[in-house]
Ligand binder design. Structure first.
Ligand SMILES: NC(=O)c1ccc[n+]([C@@H]2O[C@H](COP(=O)([O-])OP(=O)(O)OC[C@H]3O[C@@H](n4cnc5c(N)ncnc54)[C@H](O)[C@@H]3O)[C@@H](O)[C@H]2O)c1
Length: 243
């Protein structure tokens, strides 16, 4: 049986990824913050801002089934706001979870993925491909994730490990609801409407469902995707197609 380790597994996208792999017959190991709890999979909590905790979590995950076939780095934090009012703490938390943790989870998993011919999936964003006005820290973290994906793919190709990213636009998850609540000036519907106005679909614009993104993540882990590595796969209704 193949084994996947999913970070952010209690979150909107992470839980959909866990469900997709479980329904495909994989063993799922779920990790998220100690105060959270994933609904699907074997549960190993860890604070991803702590690199030692990351290494311990990956070691425990490998010990559980004795193998690892895929890592999905789905943990993440959003922030937005003027760059002349961003605290160092905010930068450290957002870049720490989105970029540094994705790197160190992947790093700890490399030898185990090498022995199974496995793969890594990063969750980047349309903000990893283009800058999002008002979200410089988040865009910097996701731009880092997208280029990390390319560099790791080249580094690990000789060792038989594939590395890809998906770059979704807005997904209906607790993160998006939190954005509208925290940054919508008391008008979450207005916040959503502004986001939808950026899409090329006009009146037909909508947000992604987590399962639509999980389906692509699932595909990237399959033998059918053996030729796909170093890709940043946009799932954004064409939002970034014009760059
Ligand atoms: N929702 C969107 O619109 C959207 C769009 C593009 C990309 N993404 C990306 O998708 C991924 C999943 O986001 P989501 O929408 O499911 O958000 P979410 O908030 O529902 O889930 C994120 C999860 O990450 C976990 N996490 C945060 N800090 C952590 C830490 N220090 N240690 C361990 N876990 C931690 C949270 O507890 C949470 O369960 C993120 O990388 C996000 O940036 C989201």
């Amino acid at each position: 049986m193949s084994v996947v380790l999913v970070t952010g597994a209690a979150g909107g996208l992470g839980s959909a990824v866990c469900e997709r792999f479980a329904s495909g017959g994989w063993d799922v190991i779920a990790t998220d913050r100690p105060d959270a709890r994933a609904a699907t999979g074997d549960w190993i909590p860890a604070d991803l801002l702590d690199v030692e905790a990351i290494r311990e979590m990956v070691a425990q995950a490998v010990a559980l089934y004795g193998r690892l076939d895929c890592v999905v780095n789905a943990a993440g934090l959003w922030t937005e706001g003027p760059s002349d009012a961003t605290s160092e703490d905010e930068w450290d938390r957002v870049v720490g979870v989105n970029l540094k943790a994705a790197y160190f989870v992947s790093s700890a998993a490399i030898p185990h993925l090498e022995s199974t011919g496995g793969s890594i999936a990063m969750i980047s964003s349309d903000a990893g491909i283009q800058g999002n006005a008002g979200a410089a820290v988040y865009s910097a973290s996701k731009g880092g994730v997208s280029n990390l994906t390319r560099a790791l793919a080249l580094e690990l190709a000789p060792r038989g490990v594939r590395v890809n990213a998906v770059c979704p636009a807005d997904i209906e998850t607790p993160m998006l609801a939190g954005q509208a609540r925290d940054f919508g000036d008391g008008d979450p519907e207005g916040y959503y409407a502004k986001l939808r106005a950026a899409y090329p679909q006009g009146e037909r614009a909508r947000f992604l469902q987590p399962g639509e993104v999980a389906e692509v993540v699932w595909f990237l882990a399959q033998p059918a995707a053996a030729g796909v590595t170093g890709a940043n796969w946009s799932i954004d209704f064409g939002l970034s197609a014009g760059i």
